[in-house]
Design a protein around this ligand. Structure first.
Ligand code: 8X3
Length: 264
């Protein structure tokens, strides 16, 4: 297990970002961007083995990084990890709710119950758990920023994506609701809605079928995790009176969740 003491602290932290699902994709890109910008980063993931290289990479560049191992679906594990945060890491300025994903692309009437549970438990309930545990401190300090990684999929359903789209529509509603609930404070809420981003997203959706996953990005230059992380960092570093409430970021030649112009 990781040593959760202040020994890992190299300098006084002026800003702290916690990023869920930081071992790959958009989460990893956010960890790199925020660490590169001087944030101390708390990176979370389900697997210590997968998070370890991320920690080593960031530490090599001189960044302050603290790993937390938990699955956002395990409310008790999350609560314990947050409870055990060392004093110097407790004042989280930016919470990036990134963990989650898509499972399956079957018609709704043929969908897999376990896939549905995984998406609903991670994308909605996991995000809510993080929010419920971290935002009270932000409200108390009258400072903080919640950046939810939503999706263009939350704007309109597409074939076979009903449940995933519903979870991302929920992310929009939860972002909008939270923004209302913290409007009396200086806490800001951003919902970033990416379109096609080439990460392990589609490999996970297709249960490891890499050939099928590659076809999703065929004939189009997809976004990268970095492109989305740039938006997150811009929103976080905007002047205090500016709240980037929602950003739809698509690949050029993608018009919506279901309309993509492909070169071939
Ligand atoms: C990922 C975007 O269009 O593949 O959330 O559903 S899409």
């Amino acid at each position: 297990m990781y040593d959760l003491t202040n020994k890992q602290m190299k300098t006084e932290l002026h800003k702290i970002a916690l990023i869920t699902g930081a071992n790959s994709g958009i989460g990893l890109a956010c960890a790199r961007k925020f660490a590169g910008d001087g944030y101390g980063v708390i990176v979370t993931g389900r697997s210590e083995a997968k998070l370890q290289p991320v920690v080593q990479e960031l530490q090599k560049t001189g960044c302050n990084v603290l790993p937390l191992i938990f699955d956002v679906r395990d409310r008790q594990a999350v609560a314990e990890a947050i409870e055990r945060l060392p004093e110097a890491w407790r004042t989280i300025d930016v919470l990036i709710n990134n963990a989650g994903g898509a499972m399956g692309l079957e018609p709704e009437y043929e969908g897999d119950f376990d896939d549905w549970d995984t998406m609903i438990d991670s994308n909605i309930k996991g995000l809510l758990t993080m929010t419920r545990l971290i935002v009270p401190g932000m409200v108390e300090r009258n400072r903080g920023h919640i950046i939810n990684i939503g999706s263009v999929a939350g704007d309109a359903a597409y074939a076979g994506g009903g449940v995933y789209c519903a979870t991302k529509a929920a992310v929009k509603s939860l972002s909008d609701g939270l923004r209302i609930d913290v409007a009396h404070t200086a806490v800001r809420v951003t919902n970033i809605k990416p379109g096609l981003v080439e990460t392990n997203f589609s490999v996970t959706r297709f249960h490891g079928d890499e050939v099928r996953a590659a076809k999703v990005y065929d004939g189009i230059t997809p976004l990268t995790g970095d492109d989305v992380a740039d938006v997150a960092l811009y929103a976080a570093n905007a002047p205090a009176h500016v709240q980037i409430a929602e950003v739809l970021v698509l690949a050029t030649h993608q018009a919506s969740g279901s309309v993509v112009y492909r070169r071939n």
